[in-house]
Write a protein that binds this ligand. Structure first.
Ligand code: CUA
Length: 337
């Protein structure tokens, strides 16, 4: 637990998960719609409860002269009024809802003129996120990373919309970073889309919002909105093949001789598994286990020994490695900058 708190400290400014402080146009539209519907419902509630309370007070017992209020049967004007008024309200909300729907679901094929769009495919897994960077500013990227999304912030005059294509490798998940947009499900056999755009740099946290099994609650989202330069540096680093540190060769050889490579990919080596997170630049990530614990040597070691001590139910088993083997593998992993 102390690690979680440490993590919370380090990212205190990012702890804002409120839909009431949107940082992206689609999140803004959703907040406006919510406030409007809330206001209409509150007005109806006050009106109905007001009339009810008024009647209760007016007609309460102990006032013999008002024991029975006048009874009205079959009044056409009243019936028309209470049919037409709710219809108009529902119609008005439906119109505004439709407008919001258009603002939230933009067409990724036609980004605004002058913008530099980023296209990323998000694949939900039990219980982590895979990010495939498809295109940035018209150029193919084709790199894969996990759990921590990096996107560029929009600048004055240069919007940088981020278009996500959402898929699932197993069960239903839902991508939800409240300050950047609404929930969008990742459904097996179906492709969904969402977008966001923000000029406010920083870390945005989110959470899988569709129950997807034991570790649903620990399928955390981290979106880093970087400056243009930071994003470019990050992208350039991610594009490189994995580091090959001579001092970690023994660990690398051991890693590549074990079944790790059936599930994990380390670009530039024979490890080309696609079932589990890409480890090519593992140490460029701040957290492990989809945002659960900090990505430190100790936590990494504990993870390699038995992932289920950190994340119960995790699909990676303990491999019963000796202490020496664990040390070698961890010394290799920490070189994957
Ligand atoms: Cu993935 Cu809940």
């Amino acid at each position: 637990m102390s690690e979680l708190f440490l993590l919370a400290d380090a990212t205190a400014s990012a702890q804002n998960l409120s839909i009431f402080s949107p940082a992206s146009p689609s999140a803004e539209s959703i907040r406006s719609l919510f406030i409007l519907v809330l206001a209409v419902c509150a007005a109806i509630f006050l009106l109905v409860e007001g009339v009810l309370l008024y009647s209760v007070v007016r007609s309460r017992r102990g006032r013999p002269e008002r024991t029975e209020p006048p009874q009205v049967y079959g009044s056409m004007p009243i019936e028309i009024a209470w049919t037409v008024a709710p219809m108009l309200i529902v119609f008005l909300i439906a119109l505004i809802l439709t407008r919001t729907e258009f603002e939230v679901r933009v067409n990724p094929d036609t980004p605004p003129p002058g913008s530099k769009p980023l296209y990323v495919t998000v694949i939900g897994h039990q219980w982590w996120w895979e990010y495939v960077y498809d295109k940035n500013d018209g150029q193919d990227v084709g790199l894969i990373t996990a759990n921590e999304l990096h996107v560029p912030a929009s600048e004055e005059g240069v919007p940088r919309p981020v278009y996500l294509t959402l898929k699932s490798a197993d069960v239903c998940h839902s991508f939800w970073v409240p300050r950047l947009g609404g929930k969008t499900d990742l459904i097996p056999g179906r492709t969904n889309h969402m977008w966001f755009q923000t000029s406010q740099q920083g870390l945005y946290l989110g959470q899988c919002a569709e129950y997807c099994g034991t570790q649903h609650a620990h399928m955390l989202l981290r979106v880093n909105v970087d400056s243009t330069d930071d994003f470019q540096n990050w992208l350039d680093n991610q594009r490189k093949p994995a580091a090959d540190d001579p001092s970690a060769r023994a660990g690398r050889d051991l890693f590549l001789s074990l079944s790790c490579i059936n599930c994990h990919r380390v670009r530039g080596t024979i490890a080309s598994g696609t079932y589990a997170p890409d480890l090519t630049h593992l140490m460029s990530r701040q957290t492990l286990a989809s945002g659960m614990v900090p990505n430190t040597r100790e936590d990494l070691r504990r993870w390699v020994i038995d992932p289920r001590q950190t994340k119960l139910g995790c699909l990676m088993p303990a491999f019963g490695l000796s202490d020496l083997q664990v040390d070698l593998i961890v010394s290799y992993l920490v070189t994957l900058k």
